[in-house]
Design a protein around this ligand. Sequence first.
Ligand SMILES: NC(=O)c1ccc[n+]([C@@H]2O[C@H](COP(=O)([O-])OP(=O)(O)OC[C@H]3O[C@@H](n4cnc5c(N)ncnc54)[C@H](OP(=O)(O)O)[C@@H]3O)[C@@H](O)[C@H]2O)c1
Length: 389
Amino acid sequence: MEQSKSVVILGSTGSIGRQALGIAEAEGWRVMALAAGSDYVTIEKQARKFRPVLCVLDDVNAARQLKTALSDTDIKVLAGREGIGQIINEVPCDVIINAITGAAGLFPTLETVRSGRRLALANKESLVMAGGFIMAEARTRGAEIIPVDSEHSTIFRCLAGRAPHEIKKIILTASGGPFYGYTLKMLKNVTLEQALAHPTWAMGKRITIDSATLMNKGFEVIEASYLFGVGPERIEVLIQRESIIHSLVEYFDNSITAGLSVPDMRLCIQFAVNYPEIKPAVIEPLDLAAIGRLTFGRPDTGAFPLLRAAFDCLAEGGAMPAALNAADEVAVSAFLEGKIGFLDIPATVLQTLEHFSGRAFSGSIEEVLEFDRLAREYAGRILDRSKGG
Ligand SMILES: NC(=O)c1ccc[n+]([C@@H]2O[C@H](COP(=O)([O-])OP(=O)(O)OC[C@H]3O[C@@H](n4cnc5c(N)ncnc54)[C@H](OP(=O)(O)O)[C@@H]3O)[C@@H](O)[C@H]2O)c1
């Protein structure tokens, strides 16, 4: 009889993490460990249902609450980065799913790659911050990185092992977000509620705001470049409003291969864990005749400058992608807290990038972390100044 998969889910309380647990239930995966930030209420429920050997919360107080709540079980509870390290290095499993949001996902990505195990990677920020370093480490350790992001999962399938030199272009699709067609003037007064209302995907808050500014698509450009070994000049973004075509690969013979499905992240999570096997569907079938037509367009980098900024950061290299992520993370948090307007997000990020552009960079992970810290501080100061004046 076929052995069911054993998985670890980092970021289990979030949008991707919860969907991963849904598939775990449907396919009978053994859930070996769970980790999250501070949501001890949700992770307790998950732990009681899936019975992992270990649960970790980044927040020490939340971990204490969880430990008390689970004291009638034999589930071990740990806190912080050491706890996540223990999951990755000591808990046996087939696949580690990294669905932590933001820069906090970098350490788990690196540790997983260093452990030589399969990484189902949703946390794009780790590749944005340190893609060159992570991919080199994965090659050295023989670790597989299977992307979970829908565009990259699709490209991975389309490529089916073809080499980078055969690819003419990777075409990443984008829904365009809630503000597709908006001018800068119209964007000035958009609200948090509007920005959180994505037309096709239900996701965590940060990625939803990043989708509204097209920063998310910019991050995906950087992610694709590192994952598939293709430079920015061979990556294009295409608006595909219905989110049915999840990306395309154009070859040098001008043929194009595309991946289509209903927009549902469970397909990508299921695929990343089971690859190279294709398992029975956990998503609805696609009925193209019922959809009738698909709509395409070009992104407007005038109104959404962060997409262009991502291409520029990738081209400049060094620590620029890390600075891009850090500044965006700070600005999006401030927007989510109602402290700044929508257009203050690109303004803060662009000012930060201007400040860091041209800086020398050795390529070490320590330096990536240092740039991350400096860019956060700088972006924070910009926001403080704008509040003050
Ligand atoms: N959602 C999607 O459809 C989608 C699609 C493609 C890619 N992605 C990528 O997948 C990642 C997760 O996105 P999401 O939408 O699932 O985000 P989310 O709903 O905000 O969930 C984030 C998860 O990360 C955990 N977390 C936050 N900080 C942590 C820390 N320091 N240590 C450990 N865990 C921490 C959160 O725990 P708490 O709940 O305790 O805070 C939560 O479990 C992001 O990188 C995103 O870009 C998401």
